[in-house]
Design a protein. Structure first.
Length: 205
């Protein structure tokens, strides 16, 4: 039993990208975090479980440095114009970017190996060996009243981020940066999505 007591379907539909409703004033308790990591480590891997690493960043100076890299990349990579239906999400994204250094915890999941030097199949196995664990972490966080957001923009400056965190860049890839905080309120709604039929193919494309 977890604090929010969500059904599996509720958990899967309400684990959303949380940006504006991260409580920046409340620290994340270590034992709560440990529970999320214990569940994440139950995820499947393509035989590379020993290569998992989760960097938990709470140090203000390091968070500031990561947030600066994130913002630099955001300025460079944000689309120049967005359709009206994406404008709300862009505003939320700007809100989070401006406050990234204030989020109590930034989690950087990493995996040993560098995809650039791998054949395609091994790349797929490497990314696929860490992504399920990260998503399990995010689901476990939601079930405990924590909000998360999968972000990737800082990876444009992965090498600089590795220097900030002491990660051996040549051997280890960062895969994301996940801000984590208690949520402001606990109710979240399922997202609006295109009808699933457009994305499902039976027997042939
Ligand atoms: C691989 C991946 C990378 C993402 N990178 C970022 C990011 O760098 N910054 C950000 O604010 N959100 C990022 N997101 C979150 C998406 O923008 C978010 O899921 C999108 O706004 C749709 O929101 P919804 O799932 O609530 O519909 C990322 C999500 C995924 C899965």
């Amino acid at each position: 039993m977890t604090p929010l007591d969500l059904t599996p379907d509720e958990l899967l539909t309400t684990t959303r990208t949380v940006r504006k409703r991260l409580d920046l004033t409340r620290p994340v308790e270590r034992e709560l975090l440990q529970g999320c990591l214990d569940l994440a480590f139950q995820a499947p891997t393509g035989g590379n479980q020993q290569g998992w690493h989760f960097l938990l960043v709470t140090d203000p100076g390091r968070k500031q440095a990561l947030a600066d890299l994130y913002r630099k990349s955001k300025v460079e990579n944000d689309p120049k114009s967005v359709p009206p239906r994406e404008q709300r999400s862009m505003a939320a994204s700007a809100y989070l970017a401006a406050r990234m250094h204030e989020v109590p915890l930034l989690v950087i999941p990493c995996i040993e190996g560098r995809a650039e030097s791998m054949p395609f199949m091994q790349q797929a196995v490497t990314w696929g060996s860490i992504m399920p664990a990260v998503w399990s972490f995010m689901l476990a966080a939601r079930s405990r009243g924590l909000g998360t957001a999968w972000t990737s923009l800082h990876l444009a400056y992965e090498r600089e981020a590795a220097d900030v965190l002491g990660i051996p860049y040549d051997q280890v890839m960062q895969v994301a940066m996940i801000p984590v905080a208690h949520t402001i309120g606990t109710s979240f709604r399922p997202a609006a999505r295109n009808p699933s039929g457009q994305h499902i193919h039976w027997d042939q494309w």
